[in-house]
Design a protein. Structure first.
Length: 287
């Protein structure tokens, strides 16, 4: 299959604009510290500055222990959620599990030694096998953000980019013969996603005699329709995400409830309401 025409035209606009980087994600240091107070020193070192993907890669350590794995994970979540109000709550829910740091470190070791696909497969095999609670509450959309920063830091020439609902919709529209699943940890989908990006990056590089990496291709998928002027595409994408699912409203309620001293019963009630009102596929991990 040839490279989708829309990807070519987006590349041409991006190239003409001087290959601008993705707009940094703003984040509220107080909101993150309120939910994740144990990491206050880490957040303070970032000084609340907006974070773009290149900055996040620079700030990410090469992971050699659990603490560093958590730091990369926090950077991925800050970049991914930005100012979205339920981001700190969802991140805390993942990290509150006693096993979370060890599991993040295990994924980091595999990503750094064997690459992003192997790291994705590790999570998928654990989640679909006997360890269903492995990195509980972390879905592939934000899980691949973590994998991306691990691989981009360790092997900049072969990062493993982000696969989420935006990617899914783009593939369904522009590459319908390459079907992806992003609602669960489905290794064949991530493998097809990575191979498609590699194929299209090679084709664009050859056509225009200008090197392009696979994470550049992923960025162009997210930036479809952009004039690459100001934040014309990022704001509309964020608005779409905020309205994407009623389950996000439940997380906003959880974030509010978690600041209340008598939150336990409220959180239980919200969970029960989810079970009653939401479709089954919206009750699973959405991060």
């Amino acid at each position: 299959m040839t490279t989708p025409e829309t990807l070519i035209t987006t590349y041409e606009r991006w190239q003409k604009a001087g290959r601008p980087t993705q707009i940094p994600s703003k984040w509220n240091q107080k909101s993150w510290t309120n939910q994740l107070g144990q990491y206050e020193d880490f957040f303070s070192r970032l000084t609340g500055d907006p974070i773009d993907r290149k900055q996040a890669v620079r700030l990410s350590p090469v992971v050699t222990n659990e603490e560093e794995a958590v730091q990369v994970f926090l950077l991925a979540m800050l970049w991914g959620y930005g100012l979205v109000g339920y981001g700190p709550f969802r991140t805390r829910r993942i990290l509150d599990r006693p096993e979370a740091a060890a599991e993040l470190f295990e994924v980091a070791q595999v990503a750094q030694s064997d690459g992003g696909l192997a790291a994705f497969k590790l999570i998928a095999d654990c989640r679909n096998g006997g360890e269903r609670s492995f990195l509980k509450w972390l879905g592939p959309a934000f899980g691949t953000k973590y994998i991306y920063f691990l691989t981009a830091k360790n092997n900049p020439q072969k990062p493993a980019p982000v696969m989420d609902a935006v990617v899914y919709r783009w593939f369904r529209k522009h590459a319908p013969d390459r079907k992806l699943r992003v609602d669960l940890w489905h290794t064949p989908s991530y493998e097809q996603f990575l191979s498609s990006l590699e194929e299209w990056a090679a084709d664009i590089t050859q056509q225009f005699d200008q090197e392009i990496q696979i994470d550049d291709v992923e960025y162009l998928i997210f930036a479809e329709g952009s004039r690459f002027e100001g934040n014309d595409w990022s704001e509309s994408w964020e608005a779409e995400q905020r309205a994407a699912s009623p389950s996000l409203l439940f997380d906003q309620l959880r974030a509010l409830a978690s600041s209340n001293h008598s939150a336990g019963k409220v959180l239980d009630l919200i969970t029960n309401l989810e079970a009653l009102l939401l479709p089954h596929d919206e009750q699973s991990e959405l991060a």
